[in-house]
Design a protein around this ligand. Structure first.
Ligand SMILES: [Zn+2]
Length: 226
């Protein structure tokens, strides 16, 4: 049995100057009886809230194209009042994850690192996130919007949260290192999971949900706040 933590990173080719712009609105995922993933979003204070909201919609649109609904909850770190009705403080569901949007990279992170997923197979715990400052830099270099890059990076890390370290692929959203061709697709909101990856994700969400039983009801996005 493996007991070590596996840290997966999403890297990009060399970076240059910073810059950001915001444009376009992307429709969110439709929800129903489809496999549903819930993210408990925690952002650093200096992450642009509008950009993050749009990024969540972009990630939801990517998952939507794979037949999966994505619900993002606005959460805060360090609060644990178990009597609260806040969904961020309930026991996590089978396909529910904490997700961090951070501006300050840890010292071990490289300049090119855009996102990360940490999988600890001994405890089953996971931690994932994206680096906002890197997305801002990339938006200038590749003429993408910040929310598009963040949204795609969030979806990439969801791929790892569900499919683990072996989720990388030579095509599509799960390419391990993004370059001009990936950002060109991101700029037109067309970087997606491959059909095979989409099927694996749907199967994994369904498997986890069925294994956990019916207790985890649906959440409504952003309707509950601390
Ligand atoms: Zn990756």
């Amino acid at each position: 049995m493996k007991t070590t933590a596996t840290i997966l990173t999403l890297a990009v080719t060399a970076l240059s100057s910073a810059g950001a712009s915001f444009a376009g609105e992307v429709s969110g995922a439709s929800r129903g009886r489809r496999p549903t993933i819930i993210l408990r979003m925690i952002k650093d204070a200096d992450v642009d809230e509008r950009a993050l909201l749009k990024a969540e919609k972009e990630a939801a649109a990517i998952l939507d194209r794979s037949g999966i609904a994505l619900v993002s909850l606005t959460c805060e770190a360090g609060r644990a009042v178990w009597t609260s009705g806040n969904p961020c403080q309930r026991e996590r569901g089978a396909a529910e994850f904490w997700f961090h949007v951070v501006t300050r990279k840890p010292s071990r992170a490289t300049t090119e690192m855009l996102g990360f997923t940490e999988l600890d197979e001994s405890t089953g715990s996971t931690s994932a996130g994206v680096f906002y400052s890197t997305a801002v830099e990339l938006s200038d270099r590749y003429r993408c919007d910040v929310f598009q890059i963040l949204g795609a990076a969030i979806a990439h890390e969801i791929g790892h949260l569900l499919l683990g370290a072996n989720a990388h692929a030579p095509k599509g959203l799960m390419v391990p290192q993004w370059g001009p061709s990936q950002f060109e697709m991101i700029s037109i909101s067309e970087l997606s999971f491959t059909s095979r990856q989409a099927r694996l994700l749907r199967e994994e969400v369904t498997r986890r949900t069925l294994a956990a039983g019916p207790k985890h009801s649906d959440h409504s996005s952003r309707e509950d706040r601390l």
